[in-house]
Write a protein that binds this ligand. Structure first.
Ligand code: GDP
Ligand code: MN
Length: 378
């Protein structure tokens, strides 16, 4: 789950990080009072759950409360990467002498938290990683020990040669680590972390993604979810208990089990196709779940065929077949469906689907190939 900057700032701040004061406003006129209260100059920032707002014109400085209103007017209603700006943050602006990147993720290879710092801050970190990877200092942190002193020195000295500034950065890195663990984040980053000409250090941007599997014990944070800023398909899927991730390809996938879903996507890629989504209908799948899955996938206009790949165990093939029949009845299914059903009650399922236009496949490989050729033919 992605958290808005305003909430990420509050989380960082509660962990002791220096974050400039700010107010969230929903209409431009309110920016005047907010700017006056905070003290100018201020920066007016679009609150949308995508990066690169600065480049898109969604971050603007204002030197008076009147100017803050004008900037808010310009930003509210703006379209940033397909998302309409409904809220802006008015934050105290700071003077920038230098900008750094600092961030944390879970490192899959070491299965531990990974801290990344870079003197190349303020710009797209993916671009830094691609063009000049040596400018990113990576530190794997063992959660038993936390950040060790030598690791801390290596990171802070890479960012500043000034002892006083390095110490301030060190305390910010400790706060970042504390925040990351405290909210079950999968990503936490400050880009940029800035040093002012006077030698103050401030976190002027804040980004946090929460691990969805941790949300059950992060109730306060779960309530911050902003569904209007998320992919509508993913919102529907979550409500129905499906795990769904939208992708850019043309072959819709309905699969039971995350492992089989991944293997299905891999095989589609292997034979030259592109999956339109990851979708796991889970273990005990009811016909309704299949119907919902079909509804979500059919909303995507890129989808040219759908592959239903089911390995029946607890999931019964006849339940899946019943869901498909219901989908054919209720929805406008205008793309070919390729079905590979095997396991519990597969004979029953096959009888139910006999006489329909579904393309049936005996093996996963055959199913994948048929789904690819059906999509290519359209
Ligand atoms: P992003 O583009 O979505 O990552 O949004 P940021 O919050 O990182 O802002 C984009 C850029 O606006 C920053 O890299 C800065 O160059 C600039 N900016 C943001 N806040 C301030 C500020 O307080 N003072 C100054 N001088 N520039 C700022
Ligand atoms: Mn940023």
């Amino acid at each position: 789950m992605k958290v808005h900057e305003v909430d990420a700032r509050a989380i960082f701040s509660s962990c002791g990080m220096p974050v400039p004061p700010s107010r969230l406003v929903l209409n431009a006129e309110d920016a005047r009072g907010a700017a006056a209260e905070i003290g100018c100059p201020v920066v007016v920032k679009a609150q949308v759950l995508v990066g690169g707002r600065g480049k898109a014109g969604g971050v603007k400085l204002a030197s008076t409360p009147e100017e803050a209103v004008l900037r808010a007017k310009a930003i509210l209603g703006m379209d940033i990467k397909g998302i309409k700006v409904e809220k802006v943050l008015v934050a105290r602006a700071v003077d920038i002498a230098s900008e750094f990147y600092v961030g944390m993720v879970i490192d899959r290879r070491s299965r531990k938290p990974l801290m990344m710092v870079s003197p190349a801050g303020g710009i797209d970190i993916e671009e830094v990683a691609r063009a000049t990877p040596e400018k990113i200092i990576k530190t794997v942190i063992d959660p038993i020990f936390g950040i060790l002193p030598f690791q801390m020195r290596r990171m802070t000295s890479a960012l500043s040669g000034d002892k006083a500034i390095a110490a301030k950065i060190g305390s910010i890195l400790s706060s970042l680590y504390k925040a990351f663990l405290g909210v079950d984040a999968s990503l936490a980053e400050i880009n940029p972390l800035v040093v002012t000409p006077a030698g103050e250090v401030w976190a002027i941007d804040a980004k946090i993604n929460i691990d969805d599997s941790g949300l059950y014990r992060q109730k306060q944070i779960a309530e911050l979810r902003d569904e209007s800023a998320e992919d509508p398909g993913e919102v529907k899927a979550r409500a129905a208990g499906l795990s769904f991730v939208k992708l850019d390809g043309s072959i819709g996938c309905i699969v039971n089990g995350a492992g089989l879903a991944m293997a299905t996507m891999d095989m589609i890629k292997h034979f030259g196709g592109e999956p339109a989504n990851f979708l796991d209908i889970g273990g005990s799948s009811s016909p309704e779940k299949v119907l919902t899955a079909m509804r979500i996938i059919l909303r995507d206009k890129n989808v040219k065929s759908i592959l239903i790949n089911i390995f029946g165990g607890i999931t019964r093939c006849d339940d899946v077949a019943a869901g498909l029949m219901e989908a054919k009845k209720q929805l406008e299914v205008d793309v070919p469906l390729v079905v590979r059903l095997t396991g519990t009650n597969e004979e029953r399922a096959r009888e139910m689907l006999a006489g329909t236009k579904l393309i049936s496949a005996a093996t996963m490989e055959e199913g994948v190939k048929r789904a690819i050729s059906a999509a290519a033919a359209r």
